[in-house]
Design a protein around this ligand. Structure first.
Ligand SMILES: [Zn+2]
Length: 344
């Protein structure tokens, strides 16, 4: 498989990352993603909930396979406007306060446009706050400092900012000379881009998948019900394409595709894990098999919703997950190689 797909995937990942899509606010990203898949000849249908179901075609309708990746990310929602004109935030998904500190944000209002600001510890000047170093970073001790001349709640409300407005954190996407991609929300927009890479591979090389192959770019994965619905008829196997864990005690790094044997939701299908390992070997894809200590996936939501399918989880290695994440072009390429080989 040609190297060009790695560069293509990182390019598409940056484009998807540039469209904010905290869980619950994904319409713009969905529009872009549908357009991109359609341009590659993949039939894309929007679900009622806001996800995108993809039909990659395929020869054998009997044992259809579904690839699930999520477009929703972490973020925040305005939960309070303080007397000093700051915004308190309730996290969307598992966004950690200490990972949000000092990040630029955009506050998206429902009727009055967007406003810029920064997520800071309350009383953030070290020259003023003697407790700065010792303060625990919790959402209750953090606030959004708006880049507006506001002194109190009244001023903020006059701008048209309300409780329930969406707070989008700057992804700070950067691709380095050595092929690393650093960004917030590689989980799971890198996988969305890998599926675009798969569509491009099918189109460029004139390949029809050996099995009928569907995709579901889900929403609400970060809150646990992304993959609960919209499984096309005939699907007997569902594979989450989501970030692979990288960290102490695990074998995977950012240049590899991770095959998950077990996570917080229990073991993945024995047959699927074994098949994925065989395919990785055959495709010469650099891979690691790991057990993830703290993780749940879309396909587990699919199973919990009652679908009778075999399930698996693969993805490019991502370090510093749910923070300022890092992966590598080779991790994306190896994931694509594995998908192409496994499906045939
Ligand atoms: Zn994820």
């Amino acid at each position: 498989m040609k190297n060009q797909y790695g560069d293509y995937i990182l390019q598409k990942a940056s484009e998807v990352l540039a469209i904010p899509s905290p869980t619950g606010y994904t319409a713009e990203a969905a529009k872009f993603i549908m357009k991109e898949f359609e341009a590659l000849g993949v039939k894309a249908t929007q679900t009622v909930k806001g996800g995108v179901v993809l039909d990659f075609g395929g020869k054998d309708d009997e044992n259809a396979i579904l690839l699930e990746a999520h477009m929703d990310t972490l973020g925040g929602i305005v939960s309070e406007i303080t007397g000093t004109g700051r915004l308190k935030v309730s996290p969307l998904g598992g966004m950690e306060a200490n990972n949000a500190e000092a990040e630029n944000v955009t506050v998206v209002t429902k009727f009055n446009g967007e406003y810029e600001g920064t997520c800071q510890l309350a009383n953030a000047s070290v020259h003023v706050n003697g407790e700065y170093g010792d303060s625990k970073r919790k959402w209750s001790s953090m606030e959004i400092v708006l880049d507006e001349k506001v002194k109190n709640a009244e001023d903020v409300k006059k701008l048209g900012i309300s409780i329930g407005d969406i707070v989008c954190f700057d992804p700070r996407t950067r691709i380095t000379k050595q092929g690393y991609i650093k960004s917030r929300f590689l989980d799971d927009k890198l996988s969305v881009a890998i599926l675009l890479g798969y569509a491009k591979y099918l189109k460029d090389e004139g390949v029809t998948p050996a099995r009928r192959t569907y995709g579901h770019i889900t929403v609400y994965e970060e809150v646990g019900h992304g993959g609960c619905a919209s499984v096309p008829a005939g699907v007997t196997e569902a594979i989450s394409v989501d970030m692979g864990c990288v960290g102490v005690g695990l074998d995977c790094d950012e240049t590899m595709v991770s095959i998950c044997a077990k996570d917080s939701g229990g073991p993945y299908s024995y047959d699927v894990v074994k098949g994925l390992i065989e395919a990785a070997k055959k495709a010469d894809a650099k891979y690691a098999v790991d057990v993830y200590p703290h993780y749940g996936s879309d396909v587990e939501a699919t199973l919990r919703a009652g679908y009778d399918v075999k399930h698996g989880l693969i993805g490019a290695g991502v370090y510093a997950s749910h923070g300022y994440e890092r992966s590598h072009r080779e991790g994306a390429e190896n994931t694509l190689k594995l998908i192409a080989e496994y499906i045939g």
